[in-house]
Design a protein around this ligand. Structure first.
Ligand code: PHE
Length: 336
C-alpha cells in the first residue's frame, strides 16, 4: 500500500506538470482529489488493512492528501493569474481597443455656429418646406412674372407651379403669416438650383435666412446686426464693406463683403485677387413682401439677409472643391 501511495504521488505530480489551463487542472482534481478520485479511494482501502498497520499507513495517506492538495492549490493560483489564460481569465493590463468616434459634418459645424451666434442676439430658429409653390418661392417675394430667376435654367420644377425652393426666403413669408410682428428669426435649410455641378456650385446646398421685423427698423440695424455676427464668426479684426445690390424682395439691397482672411486683403486665388469675400445678401424688406404676408408696410419695417453655408465652410476650411463636402469620404470628413 505504501508503494501504491508512492506511485499515485508520482503520477499526480506528472499530471499536474502537464496542466496548461484551468479546465485541465479540473480534470486532474476529478482524477485524484475528488470524492471518488484515486486518493480518497486509498482511504477506503485503509479499512481493509490489519489493525496494527493502520496508524502508520494513515499517516502516509494523510501526508499524501495534504501534499497533493497544496500542490493543486498552488498550480491553480498561478493559472488564475496567468495572462496566457485566453478566454479563461481576464487580463486587465491589456491595452483597450479604441472605437473610432465620428465627427460632425463641416457644414453642420458651420450651421451650428451661425445659429449659436444669432440665438445669442435674440433670434429664434424657424423652418419651412423644401418643396414649395411658385407663390412662396417667387410671387410673394415680389419677383416680376418675367424675372429670369423663374426660368427653367435655375429652378427645379416638380409639377406646374410646384418646385424645390431655390432659396430660404419663402420661409420669411411663412413665418410672417403665422406670427404677428415683431419677428426675429433665422431659417436654415436645404435649397436647390438647376445648375451644373462644378468645383464652385452644387445642385443642393444650404442657406441661412434671417428676418428682423418691428416698428421703425432701419438700415443701421441691418448693418449693426451683420457686423456683430461677422466679428463673432470671422474674428474681431476683420474689415467689412456693404455694396449696393439688387434683390426683388428687398429695397434697398446690399451685399456684405469682409476682407479676405486668407491673404489679409492683399489679393489671392480665393478672393479672386480682389482682397474681399462676399459673405451675404441683405436688404430692407420690400413693402410688397409685407403685403403678401399680411403685414402692413405702413406700420412695420424690417431687414432680411441670406447666406450660403457650403461657401462659408469652403472659405473657413480652405477647401478648393465644393463637391468633396458630399462625397462622404471619411478620410476627408475625419479632419474636422
Ligand atoms: N435669397 C437671396 C439669395 O438666394 C439672399 C437674400 C436673402 C438676399 C434675404 C436678401 C435678403 O441669393
Amino acid at each position: 500500500m505504501e508503494e501504491v501511495a508512492q506511485r499515485i504521488r508520482e503520477e499526480f505530480l506528472e499530471a499536474l506538470q502537464q496542466v496548461q489551463t484551468l479546465q485541465e487542472l479540473e480534470n486532474v482534481r476529478v482524477q485524484f482529489l475528488a470524492r471518488s478520485g484515486r486518493i480518497p479511494q486509498l482511504f477506503d482501502l485503509l479499512k481493509t488493512v490489519p489493525h496494527e498497520q493502520k496508524p502508520c499507513l494513515g499517516r502516509i495517506l494523510n501526508e499524501l492528501r495534504s501534499f497533493a492538495q497544496e500542490r493543486f492549490d498552488e498550480r491553480k493560483r498561478v493559472l488564475e493569474q496567468s495572462v496566457y489564460q485566453r478566454g479563461e481569465s481576464l487580463d486587465v493590463t491589456l491595452p483597450g481597443r479604441p472605437k473610432p468616434l465620428g465627427t460632425k459634418h463641416p457644414v453642420t459645424q458651420v450651421m451650428e455656429e451661425i445659429k449659436r451666434i444669432f440665438i445669442g442676439m435674440g433670434f429664434s430658429v424657424e423652418s419651412g418646406p423644401e418643396i414649395e409653390s411658385d407663390w412662396y418661392n417667387f410671387e410673394a417675394l415680389n419677383f416680376p412674372a418675367d424675372h429670369p430667376a423663374r426660368d427653367m435654367q435655375d429652378t427645379i420644377f416638380i409639377a406646374e407651379k410646384i418646385l424645390l425652393r431655390t432659396h430660404t426666403s419663402p420661409v420669411q413669408i411663412r413665418v410672417m403669416q403665422k406670427q404677428a410682428p415683431p419677428v426675429r428669426a433665422i431659417m436654415p435649410g436645404w435649397t436647390y438650383r438647376n445648375e451644373a455641378t462644378s468645383a464652385r456650385s452644387l445642385v443642393a446646398f444650404h442657406q441661412i435666412e434671417g428676418l428682423f421685423v418691428d416698428r421703425r427698423v432701419t438700415f443701421a440695424e441691418l448693418k449693426g446686426t451683420l457686423v456683430a455676427f461677422a466679428k463673432q464668426f470671422y474674428g474681431n479684426s476683420i474689415q467689412y464693406r456693404f455694396r449696393p445690390s439688387f434683390f426683388p424682395f428687398t429695397e434697398p439691397s446690399a451685399e456684405m463683403d469682409i476682407t479676405c482672411y486668407i491673404c489679409g486683403g492683399k489679393g489671392c486665388r480665393i478672393c479672386k485677387y480682389s482682397g474681399w469675400l462676399e459673405i451675404c445678401g441683405a436688404g430692407m424688406v420690400h413693402p410688397n413682401v409685407f403685403r403678401s404676408a399680411g403685414y402692413d408696410p405702413e406700420r412695420v419695417t424690417g431687414f432680411a439677409f441670406g447666406m450660403g453655408i457650403e461657401r462659408i465652410a469652403l472659405l473657413r476650411y480652405n477647401i478648393d472643391d465644393i463637391r468633396i463636402l458630399y462625397e462622404n469620404d471619411v478620410r476627408f470628413l475625419k479632419q474636422f
